[in-house]
Ligand binder design. Sequence first.
Ligand SMILES: [Fe+2]
Ligand SMILES: [Fe+2]
Length: 297
Amino acid sequence: MKLGVNLCFAVKRWLEPDRLAGLVRDDLGLEYVQYTYDLTDPWWPDIERDRRAIAYAKAFRKAGLTIESTFGGLASYTYNHFLAPTLELQSLGYQHLKRAIDMTAAMEVPATGMPFGSYSAADALNPARREEIYAIARDMWIELAAYAKRQGLSMLYVEPVPLATEFPSSAADAARLMADLDGRTEIPVRLLVDWGHALFEPLFGPEADMDHWMDLCQPWIAAYHIQQTDGQLDRHWSFTQPGVVTPQRLQDFWDKYALTDQTFFAEILYPFEARDEDVLADMIASVKALKAASPAA
Ligand SMILES: [Fe+2]
Ligand SMILES: [Fe+2]
């Protein structure tokens, strides 16, 4: 399997670009990277934001690493963005992703993505409001795909999330979004499927199953987040923990579907209060466990 890492584990800890690049290459022994908006906020003033983001991009390139994409992290996920209850708030979601596209282009990274958006509690219960808000959001993504192309990007990603108040959450939702965008975007908009989201049993029941996701969405899935989980909450545990996503299961899935390029980005979150040395040791052990199951990695 093709392993990579989302830099979320490093947030607030390893901020120096050369140190972080060295940590990924030498301590983790990985080549493929997904950069998180939690390192440089797309809303920061352009000049300072891009100077900092470019410093990371250069350090990673110098270390021989490939940043395949940038992606929304915890800070970005806090907001409702494209499915917010007013047009003004939706437009701020549009501007957020537009600014993230600018940052990604400045880094010379070819793709970016984030979850699509969150409804308010009231809108989530109202099917007519859902459709009305969704239609605006869908058209905003079509516009942003055109903008991303002009900025030099070649792909946008949407990450499904395990909440019924958001969209897309189920595999059927994700397939609907892909069908609605199909042929209407100037660059491809594809799915990034997070294993811990897809396997969330309280919402999906028997459909919390990766084969079900592949049945409905396989042609659209361009990358994955991997994390350890018990299927009962969105855990983002590392692979040193027991759970339902074993390294062997990941490798078997990779082989079963003859995947080639759909990177498995480890997206591991630690408590902010965890000690830096413990986080690093656990990340090293986690990647080692993944590699042990993967003859090619
Ligand atoms: Fe994720
Ligand atoms: Fe998650």
